[in-house]
Ligand binder design. Structure first.
Ligand code: ATP
Length: 895
């Protein structure tokens, strides 16, 4: 009654729903209520299985609890009752207050289990729910394995160490990082033991299967068959090894996670709960349950309760866990103190019995982390970086952050190097040359026996994309040895000394993996002639080169390390690199010949779906692609397949290839570039001029196609097909070629009032051709047979002013002659130019058959290959524009 009279000032502010239960809880203990709680106790005990007399007998506990309860009641002049409505969550799930002692309940749950590390009933249930949770969304096999593991845990208990952790946690010991680490260790051990058990179980199965099969075998042998199968025992009879279970990071994390979940399920993770001041006051403070208050960081108050009394009053409350506490937040310490004073005064608590209040400042984890983070980063980042640097190379760390490690990629001959000589088409001489390395790597004894020195290495030189890397890979593939591939530029770094260090590392690794091949691509990045830089050379690059020279010298004859290097610029390489004893062999790989291209097409066409006559098709494609490298051809074939896929074709046909070739040569069709009618007419007459020259000059290259569809940078083009098997150009061929190149401008002059800028690229070509004739080919009587080096970087020209003047005059004379030759022809064929131009304007693209129809047969024969594939006997006409695909494009002069 006293409590009602001295209710707190805040009480009227509570809502009716929360006020009523509060009022009820302040009623004096009703005997009927007390009886109810006395009845529930035996009800709960009927499930207990502890024998009478057992120290854990709930009766004993109940007695103790009753005496505690009595004490508490006497002290608080209060009674346990139903929790206040609205505050049920403070007590537990059901909110029903029971006088059953929690310790008695504990005992009843543990009662049927032996002492030691067995799980309590609660824990078992927690494990069951955890297992069913884990099994969700997990592959059946893993889920079963986890279930089996937990069955074992339930049957055999948990390790004492884990029990210790759980008990410590229950008794209020905080959960710190050390505990977590211990927990993970225990979990890992459990996982291992579980895996061992699983392994043994499987072994038993295998054995029983084997004995069953041996019985069957015996039966079979008794029937006359003397098969040897029965003698074969189980092959997995070797003992369990830790490696047999895959304790990879994933397993480890999974185990840690599951254990942590188990832990959190058994020991509820929330060890604190926020309450309001009102809840604090009515539920704990007014009932005298508060032992101490601690103000933390001037903003939060931790409520320490008289635990036994609280448990007595609210048996389902989480406060029974020793480390659990309630807390509430405060606006200011002063306001809190005032409120607390007032509340204590209201209850008439004398000064001497007032609740002690402590003050403390705690640093939060976050704040601690933020304080230490910079230091952590400072110390751990270099470590991580050094690990990463080390990992990128070939294992192990070297120097600061592993920066001095070689970046060479190692290809294993079993798994990675699948390229063989059959994949490298053409270049038979290069293959024959390099075969020697293969046989050396396969049978070194054959060489050393005869006292022959093993070749150290070979430089593969040639234009880009001609298959140098491919050949080196094929060498590794054929010899079946590891292959270290690195690019010259990967040795170059901004730090001094890194290049040589990487070279050392590369060769050291190679020596560990003998026999092997090192391939240094683009070796000119580090192998340029020394002392040629603007300021006397690049010392870091030269140091790297010196290191390569030293390492190659350092091989002894028994070390089977072959060094291959690729470059597009063999002329700039240092002589020391090229001398015998280092790169012994110089293998030049040129752009493929007609036959080479055909072979390369065959290799790549084999990988796509087509039912064309491969022999004819590859020949025609090879004729269409003079000057193409292997890489260009591979690209063309791929482009053809893409074009076929774009048009939903079921297989790749000739027209796809031809449009792909045009695309590779001239770039994409420029649909957005729309010419006005006058421009279009100019382009048509310009291209018609080229076409007429190509048709009527005896030494001009055969004409394949004329087009006025813009593509790439060109507004139109006339596609000639030079004979790729011709390695020499005669004076007549050069002059005809120049005259044909000027055909566009001359045609413009003859058919329009003015000329355009469209012929500028033609003039560039003609001038370069004429200059080369004068300064390099000895085709000018005035200059004579002198070769003048052309080097833009040289400030002084290697000839006198007078010679310079003479060269200019001679160049002009040759260009003028070509112009006159062209103008004479086009004046004569003015009508034909008009015919071709008008047809071009209407059709936009003219192929060879169209030109034959307009101009009649070409008066001069075409070269053999051209005649075979593009006209003449047995040949097909020039390619038509495939439906839906942009028409062809050319290497020829821009308009
Ligand atoms: N002879 C060939 N036979 C088959 N395919 C080839 C041939 N030559 C080149 N190729 C194709 O071209 C691609 C590029 O070749 P590779 O990388 O060997 O050229 P590279 O000469 O090393 O070029 P770079 O000088 O630019 O390094 C190869 O992957 C291959 O598909």
């Amino acid at each position: 009654m006293t409590t009602i009279l001295r209710r707190s000032g805040a009480f009227p502010r509570l809502s009716t729903s929360s006020r009523n239960p509060c009022l009820r809880s302040r009623l004096p203990l009703h005997p009927a209520l007390w009886n109810i709680s006395r009845v529930t106790s035996p009800q709960s005990r009927q499930y207990a299985t502890v024998n009478p007399g057992d120290p854990k007998d709930p009766k004993e506990r109940e007695k103790n609890a009753s005496s505690e309860h009595g004490k508490s009641v006497a002290r608080n002049a209060n009674s346990p009752g139903k929790p206040a409505r609205g505050f049920e969550q403070l007590y537990g799930d059901n909110g029903v207050m029971s006088s059953t002692s929690s310790s008695g309940k504990e005992a009843s749950k543990k009662a049927k289990l032996p002492d030691g590390p067995m799980l309590t009933q609660d824990e078992m249930e927690a494990v069951d729910s955890l297992v069913s949770m884990c099994k969700r969304g997990m592959p059946t096999e893993q889920a079963n394995m986890i279930a089996r593991s937990f069955e074992n845990i339930k049957r055999e208990g948990i390790p004492p160490e884990l029990r210790e952790i759980l008990d410590a946690r229950k008794s209020g010991k905080p959960f710190d990082i050390a505990t977590m680490a211990r927990l993970v260790r225990v979990a890992t051990r459990m996982a291992r033991q579980s895996a061992e058990r699983e392994f043994n179980r499987q072994q038993d199965n295998v054995k029983s299967d084997a004995s069953a099969s041996s019985k069957t075998d015996k039966q079979q042998s008794s029937q006359g068959s003397q098969g040897s199968q029965g003698s074969q025992g189980p092959k997995h009879s070797k003992g369990f090894k830790f490696n047999d279970i895959k304790l990879d990071n994933q397993t480890f994390l999974l185990t840690a996670f599951v254990t942590y979940m188990l832990y959190r399920t058994i020991v509820p993770g929330d060890n604190s709960k926020e309450i309001t001041w009102q809840e604090f006051q009515t539920t704990f403070f007014d009932k005298g349950l508060v032992e101490k208050l601690t103000v933390i960081n001037r903003g939060l108050v931790k409520v320490s309760l008289h635990r036994e009394a609280t448990v007595q009053m609210y048996p389902e409350s989480p406060a029974q866990n020793a480390n659990f506490y309630y807390y509430f937040t405060i606006g200011s310490v002063e306001a809190f103190e005032r409120k607390l004073d007032q509340a204590q005064q209201d209850l008439g608590i004398p000064q001497s019995d007032r609740i002690p209040v402590a003050y403390t400042d705690r640093t939060s984890w976050y704040a601690t982390f933020m304080t230490w983070a910079p230091l952590l980063i400072l110390f751990t980042l270099p470590y991580i970086l050094s690990k990463r640097g080390g990992g990128s190379g070939m294992g192990g760390s070297s120097g600061l952050f592993g920066i001095g490690k070689s970046r060479a990629k190692k290809f294993n001959h079993d798994s990675d190097v699948k390229v063989k000589f059959k994949d490298v088409a053409g270049m038979d001489e290069a293959k024959a040359e390099i075969m020697e390395f293969v046989s050396f790597l396969r049978e070194p004894g054959q060489y050393s026996r005869l006292g022959a020195k093993i070749p150290r290495g070979a430089i593969l030189s040639g234009p880009p994309g001609t298959g140098k890397t491919l050949l080196a890979k094929a060498t590794a593939g054929e010899s079946g040895v590891p292959f270290f591939s690195v690019s010259g530029s990967e040795f170059v770094e901004m730090f001094v000394g890194v290049g040589p260090s990487r070279v050392r590392d590369l060769f050291a690794n190679a020596r560990k993996n003998t026999p092997c091949i090192i391939f240094i691509d683009e070796i000119d990045a580090i192998g340029k002639k020394r002392g040629q830089g603007v300021f006397g050379g690049d010392s870091e690059r030269e140091a790297t080169l010196n290191q390569i020279l030293t390492e190659m010298d350092g091989f002894n004859t028994s070390e089977q390390v072959v060094v291959l290097a690729g470059t597009n610029r063999p002329d700039v390489l240092d002589n020391a690199l090229m001398r015998p004893g280092r790169f012994d062999r110089h293998i030049n790989i040129d752009a493929p010949t007609m036959e080479g291209r055909k072979q390369i097409f065959k290799v790549h066409v084999g990988k796509i779906v087509t039912d064309e006559d491969v022999e004819y098709m590859t020949g025609r494609l090879a004729a269409l692609t003079p000057g193409f490298s292997g890489a260009d051809i591979a690209n063309c074939v791929n482009e053809a397949a893409l074009t076929a896929a774009r048009t939903n074709a079921t297989k790749v046909v000739m027209s796809h290839f031809e449009s792909a070739i045009e695309r590779v040569i001239g770039g994409l069709e420029n649909k957005s570039r729309v010419l006005n009618p006058t421009e279009k007419k100019t382009v048509a007459y310009h291209e018609a001029g080229h076409a007429i020259c190509g048709w009527f000059f005896k030494h001009a290259d055969p004409l394949l196609k004329v087009s006025i569809i813009p593509r790439g940078k060109a507004l139109g083009y006339a596609q000639m097909l030079p004979d790729s098997e011709n390695y020499l150009l005669t004076l007549h061929q050069l002059l005809d070629r120049m005259a044909m190149t000027l055909g566009g401008r001359v045609s413009e002059e003859l058919h329009f009032e003015t000329v355009t800028s469209g012929a500028s690229d033609d003039f560039n070509k003609v001038t370069r051709m004429a200059r080369a004739m004068v300064t390099k080919m000895g085709m000018s009587q005035k200059i004579g047979f002198i070769y003048f080096e052309e080097d833009d970087q040289k400030f002084n020209k290697p000839f006198s002013e007078e010679t310079a003047r003479n060269i200019d005059q001679e160049v002009r004379r040759i260009v003028d002659e070509a112009y006159t030759q062209c103008k004479d022809l086009l004046l004569e064929k003015k009508k034909e130019v008009g015919l071709v131009a008008e047809e071009l304007l209407s059709k936009e693209v003219l192929v060879r058959d169209d030109l034959v129809r307009i101009l009649g047969k070409r008066p001069f024969g075409d070269n053999k290959e051209f005649a075979k594939y593009f006209g003449g006997e047995g040949g097909k006409s020039a390619p038509d524009i495939p439906p839906g695909v942009p028409p062809a494009v050319p290497p020829a002069p821009a308009m």
